[in-house]
Ligand binder design. Structure first.
Ligand SMILES: C[S@@+](CC[C@H](N)C(=O)[O-])C[C@H]1O[C@@H](n2cnc3c(N)ncnc32)[C@H](O)[C@@H]1O
Length: 253
């Protein structure tokens, strides 16, 4: 039987409530970092340079306390749908790492690693005044166990992953302001899940985790609130050719 892909154009908390208990082996996700208000207070010119970068992405403009409450609900539902021994990678700004780790731990996740993604060609903003911002953090957990699937084939795995920013050929159906490169997401899906696993991304954006999961013959559940980003994700995931046939289900919430 082929793999299954379910895509929801809806709020992830409402949608996760309807997912069955203990059915997911891996979550790879990139929630809003809640840097919208932080950036506004710093009078950054980033908004002008990257239209929509922080101002249209759902939880990015929430007050910090509201963002924490929503993230807590996200971890609560992640714990419920995750199988014992499953794994989770959450991309996050490093300044938020400690609060994210505490929340995940309170729902039964076991904290493993904080790592960084280094971008080899970041935007050279004010390079004579500041360090160039070229990293994003990722935090790795297992659920109710201290180790999970780790397909390293005896290779040494560093807590540092590197790639260019997302290449243009991954944006042919439209642009998402914080789209991750397929290479980086593929690294985690291959390493942390087996080929019959179910992968969940509740903040799917343009669908990078879904593209990679389909290519690697994993089952995938993706949720995205914004209709324009959802449509990009649907086109990208439909476009992937995988070894196996797959059943694609689309739900507009
Ligand atoms: C950082 S982006 C993810 C980008 C994605 N990794 C990619 O490669 O395209 C976060 C996404 O979460 C979505 N989002 C924010 N709040 C949401 C919610 N409550 N439910 C579902 N999606 C949400 C935003 O619209 C945004 O597209």
């Amino acid at each position: 039987m082929g793999s299954s892909i379910k895509l929801f154009n809806a709020d992830c908390i409402n949608t996760m409530k309807d997912l069955r208990d203990s059915t997911v082996e891996l979550i790879v996700t990139d929630p809003p970092y809640n840097l919208g208000n932080f950036m506004k207070e710093r009078a950054t010119n980033l908004k002008r340079m990257r239209p929509n970068s922080f101002y249209s992405a759902g939880w990015d403009n929430l007050d910090y306390q509201d963002w924490l409450l929503n993230m807590d609900k996200f971890f609560e539902h992640s714990a419920r749908v995750m199988k014992k021994g499953g794994s989770m990678v959450v991309f996050m700004s490093l300044i938020k790492a400690e609060s994210v780790i505490k929340m995940a731990q309170s729902h039964g996740f076991y904290y493993k690693t904080t790592g960084v993604w280094h971008k080899t060609n970041p935007m050279p903003r004010n390079m004579n005044l500041h360090f160039i911002n070229s990293i994003e953090g990722w935090i790795y957990f297992t659920y109710q166990t201290h180790t999970g699937v780790f397909n390293n084939e005896s290779r040494v795995m560093h807590d540092f992953v590197e790639s260019s920013v997302t290449p243009k050929n991954e944006k042919k159906y439209g642009t998402h302001p914080t789209q991750k490169p397929e290479k980086i997401i593929q690294h985690f899906v291959e390493l942390l899940s087996q080929s019959d696993a179910t992968v969940l991304d509740p903040f799917m954006g343009s669908g990078t985790t879904g593209v990679v999961s389909r290519r690697l013959n994993r089952n995938f559940i993706g949720i995205e609130l914004n209709r324009a980003y959802f449509d990009i994700a649907l086109k990208r995931i439909s476009d992937v050719s995988a070894e196996e046939e797959c059943v694609l289900k689309v739900v507009h919430g």
